[in-house]
Design a protein around this ligand. Structure first.
Ligand code: ADP
Ligand code: ZN
Ligand code: ZN
Length: 709
């Protein structure tokens, strides 16, 4: 009897190992290959898995092994993709199967449809071609149009990024300095190789349409695949298929695109590389930027990290010469950077006083100073952007007679008031953590008082105030609530581009990357709320966001023309974040932040891991982590450069009835951290079912390089 073929298959379960199955070549009609997507019987049902090993041997009784049921009509995942998955799985302490399988689009995980797929593909590709032809192309700045600075940047890039060599390059340049124009011209030389594939990562879905049109303008004849979570299932399935078969040369997408197989990958661009959206915050908590760097290294390709406000990690690597460093210091269209104005809201002179012209009824969230500036900007026929990082009407509803506040019954947070028409027909309270929605009570649930007050402000309340202050202005609100309605975010942005609005109120959605041409003024209303956060990265984020949003102002202009204004309302104008912003001193701010982190031995001067624990009781979750710490101590693992903090409740302690705690682990040595996290994984697994501890029923998860603590 010939030796049977055994394949090892991994599935999407929190398991460390794969499972052996028999491969019946006659029945399956093909040879087994590593990377194949297969259907296997599993327990009483069946699952999708990926073949990671082929052999003639099993440690288990061959006669008891089950057979692979079917093979997906796909080429196997290529070896580079599998190396990437293996690395991600090891580095992020996550099972290989639960790392790979979720990256395969749903369309390819339905065995019942596999027979129909070839037909479906033909139809889908036709549809895609038609759609591609419909994409407008715009924003082409050909190589001959680049300014001197851009041209030298492009030349530097071409010199550094030689074929078949890994290089990480930081392209740091002011907002509007023409970074995109530089990297698209660079990619164009790489794409002269017919087969070459390039990956362009963007932090947010909302930024893809604009870049898609620009890429289209540069590469009208290339096949582009766009990948992000809002793309319909089949469309995404086709885009992924075209990437993994090498049919698409340009892959443009959000973080999930970083894990897409691309057999001929020749270059990667990570746009806005500092953006926290590159970090996945559930499942395998990877950083798409970091994986992209590893991937470029693995396939010996250059990777360009682009930003106006690089992350401290990247900036330090460039400063130290580990990354190449290219800079653009002028704005491409000639205008100078916006003037920064700090409005001290504690100063009575900046506020309305009784009798002032134009004074709104009640307390105004917009200071008098800002009121005059916006009025002037309106007179000049320029648009204004007003940023407030909170959607809804007011962050909390409270009773005027007793201490009642709109606490969520399931979470340790307040329910946000949304005005009528925003989330539902009537005004409601909504929890932004668990999604619970409730009608607004007519009377205080505790004392029956009818006088309930909306405390603080969100986008909707500011929209109301603005309409009151400038009754004739055309006002548009952009936040995740408004963009979910009939018009998508893209259409709302088009309204701004088309000049159909005078004043835009929005959350950080409006701050990033958009190339608006007629914004004269940007106002930031709630910067202080992020000044004193327990998260040590909060100032870095705030700074990046302020630079980004300031960068929306005055992008077009003639040589030397003022680049618009940004007004920041704050009670603490002396804070470092604002002072560096005032001088447009990105490097100064980063260097200041680097010193602070160095002194406190915080990342990037150390490496961190996090153990999350969730359960029905906070006490038990804390105890669970405390016991873990105790075991580490008794094995003499703490010290020697390894620091384990005490377990603490998370910033939002309870979400949807689940209590949440965390344990921070820190080391100055990457390898030491890796080893201890692997040890913790084994330790916790040894009395768990998957990632749920037996007995206490605590759900745990290990996170590497957390970005919010
Ligand atoms: P960044 O990526 O640095 O924000 P972009 O590449 O988006 O900058 O360029 C900002 C704006 O300047 C865009 O409207 C772009 O079309 C324009 N632009 C870029 N380079 C040039 C150039 N050499 N000449 C004229 N306009 C340019
Ligand atoms: Zn009350
Ligand atoms: Zn809630």
């Amino acid at each position: 009897m010939p030796t049977p073929t055994v394949v090892q298959v991994v599935v999407d379960k929190p398991l460390a190992q794969g499972f052996d199955y028999l491969w019946d070549q006659q029945n399956l009609g093909q040879e087994p290959m590593i990377g194949q997507v297969v259907e296997i019987p599993f327990g009483r049902s069946s699952l999708i898995g990926v073949v990671i090993k082929v052999s003639g041997h099993s440690d288990f009784d061959i006669n008891k092994l089950k057979q692979v049921k079917a093979v997906a009509p796909l080429p196997p995942l290529d070896s580079a993709a599998l190396r990437l998955m293996n690395f991600a799985s090891q580095y992020y302490i996550h099972g290989l199967g639960e790392t790979i399988v979720p990256t395969i689009p749903q369309m390819w995980k339905k065995p019942e449809d596999w027979e129909k797929i070839p037909k479906k593909l033909i139809a889908a590709e036709k549809k895609k071609e038609k759609k591609d032809r419909e994409i407008k192309s715009e924003g082409l700045i050909a190589e001959s149009q680049l300014n001197n600075e851009q041209e030298s940047a492009l030349n530097a890039l071409r010199n550094i990024a030689v074929e078949k060599k890994f290089r990480a390059i930081l392209l740091q340049g002011q907002t509007g300095s023409g970074k995109t124009a530089v990297f698209l011209n660079w990619l164009s030389s790489i794409l002269q190789d017919e087969k070459a594939q390039v990956l362009i990562l963007v932090p947010e879905i909302n930024l893809t349409p604009q870049l898609e049109r620009r890429v289209r303008a540069y590469f009208p004849n290339k096949n582009m695949a766009v990948l992000h979570s809002a793309i319909p299932e089949n469309q995404r399935g086709v885009a992924w298929y075209e990437a993994m078969t090498g049919k698409a040369q340009i892959i443009l997408g959000t973080r999930l695109a970083a894990l897409t197989p691309m057999p001929n990958l020749k270059a990667i661009v990570v746009d806005e590389e500092h953006d926290p959206s590159y970090k996945q915050q559930d499942g395998i908590r990877y950083s798409a930027r970091d994986l992209a760097i590893w991937r470029a290294h693995d396939v010996k390709a250059p990777i360009l990290l682009s930003s106006a406000t690089p992350s401290l990690e990247t900036w330090m690597a460039a400063k130290a010469g580990r990354y190449e460093y290219i800079r653009l210091d002028q704005r491409a269209q000639g205008a100078s950077l916006p003037n920064v104005h700090l409005i001290n809201t504690r100063d009575p002179q900046n506020q309305f006083s009784p009798g002032d012209v134009g004074r709104p009824e009640g307390k105004s969230p917009i200071s008098k100073h800002l009121f005059h500036a916006i009025s002037k900007n309106l007179e000049n026929k320029k648009q204004s952007l007003v940023l407030i990082n909170r959607r809804g009407y007011a962050p909390v509803l409270s009773c005027n007679a007793c201490t009642w506040m709109s606490k969520c019954q399931q979470c340790s947070s307040y329910m946000v008031m949304h005005k009528a028409g925003a989330l539902s027909r009537k005004s409601v309270l909504s929890c932004h953590h668990c999604g619970l929605v409730k009608p607004i009570p007519e009377h205080c649930p505790d004392c029956g008082n009818a006088d309930l007050r909306a405390l603080g402000q969100g986008t909707q309340k500011i929209e109301d105030s603005i309409e009151e202050l400038w009754p004739k202005a055309r006002v548009l609100r952009i936040d995740t609530d408004s963009s979910k309605k009939s018009k998508g975010a893209e259409e709302l942005f088009q309204e701004i581009h088309a000049g159909n609005v005078d004043l835009v109120v929005g959350t950080q959605m409006i701050a990033k990357g958009h190339d608006y041409q007629n914004i004269g003024l940007v106002a930031v209303l709630d910067a202080d709320s992020r000044l004193f956060s327990q998260d040590f990265r909060a100032p870095e984020r705030l700074f990046a966001q302020l630079v980004q949003v300031a960068g929306r102002a005055g992008r077009s202009g003639t040589e030397g023309q003022a680049g618009g204004d940004i007004f920041i309302e704050t009670q603490y104008p002396e804070a470092a974040v604002f002072q560096y912003l005032l001088r447009h001193d990105v490097d100064g701010f980063l260097s200041y932040t680097a010193n602070e982190r160095d002194e406190a031995k915080l990342p990037p001067f150390s490496y961190q891991g996090l153990v999350h624990a969730e359960g029905k009781s906070l006490e038990k979750a804390i105890q669970y982590l405390g016991a873990l710490k105790g075991r580490l101590r008794s094995k003499n693992l703490i010290g020697h450069g390894l620091k384990v903090y005490d377990p603490v409740p998370k910033a939002v302690m309870r979400v949807a009835g689940t209590e949440r705690a965390q344990l921070v682990i820190e080391s100055g040595n990457r390898k030491q951290l890796q080893e201890i996290l692997e040890l913790i994984d084994q330790d916790l697994r040894s009395h768990s079912q998957g990632r749920i501890s037996k007995g206490e029923n605590i759900r745990w998860l290990i996170e590497r390089d957390p970005i919010s603590i």
